[in-house]
Design a protein around this ligand. Sequence first.
Ligand SMILES: NC(=O)c1ccc[n+]([C@@H]2O[C@H](COP(=O)([O-])OP(=O)(O)OC[C@H]3O[C@@H](n4cnc5c(N)ncnc54)[C@H](OP(=O)(O)O)[C@@H]3O)[C@@H](O)[C@H]2O)c1
Length: 236
Amino acid sequence: MNSSLRMNSLGEGYRALVIGANGALGSAFCELLNEDPKCSVVRELGRNSVPGLDLEKPESIARAAAELSEEAPYQLIVHAAGLLHRDEIKPEKSYSAIEADALLAVFQVNALGPALVLRHFLPLLDPRGAMAVLSAKVGSIGDNRLGGWYAYRASKAALNMLIKTAAIELARTRPHARLLSLHPGTVISVLSQPFRGASAARPATIAAHELLSLIDRLGPADSGNFFAYNGERLPW
Ligand SMILES: NC(=O)c1ccc[n+]([C@@H]2O[C@H](COP(=O)([O-])OP(=O)(O)OC[C@H]3O[C@@H](n4cnc5c(N)ncnc54)[C@H](OP(=O)(O)O)[C@@H]3O)[C@@H](O)[C@H]2O)c1
């Protein structure tokens, strides 16, 4: 694969914003966008950036958006944050393992926080821009064949509904913008490390390149849909 990236749909000197910029996919997005000669700004947001954005602290989401409003509009916004496991939180193999605290934390990071990201960052999106949110194929209700992973699956399904709903509203006021839910495939990262099949996982740079190329190819008519990195439309 050609490793150089050139986004053609966002105009000369486009500005990009990446949320979750410290993660495997987030940092790969930032690296590729920084190398794109057409990109003039790559703003990197995460828990440790300035301004900081913590999905479990709603006020930090509002504050970060307010601080960046002077630099807006952004032609590209990528939300690359998410939570599958940490410390005492593990994906549940059975409904007998469902714990309220873990459900709340996973929903906070994967759905409630991103809902507030949509609220505060969609106003910063260029009317012809693209916002992509990383979801996961396991959040597809139609494709759920294995069960398990209750909190992660359900929070990503909720995320998908939030994206679809916001895309309908966005199309009324900014019909040339696109809001997409994207599945990156299995990617080498801290998030996937304990679970992935060794042979199936791809390096984050390859996945980020595929996803950015896909965003570039998709138009406003594709807004509000759920796509895999290879362009396949996924069932909700
Ligand atoms: N890797 C895969 O195989 C795979 C497959 C399907 C979908 N996805 C999705 O792709 C996205 C990126 O995953 P990844 O593989 O790159 O995982 P990763 O390397 O673990 O990155 C996760 C990112 O989420 C951020 N995050 C976690 N909790 C947060 C919080 N409370 N507030 C703000 N940021 C928070 C992390 O920030 P810190 O750096 O501050 O911890 C990190 O930047 C996720 O949405 C994931 O669900 C991944």
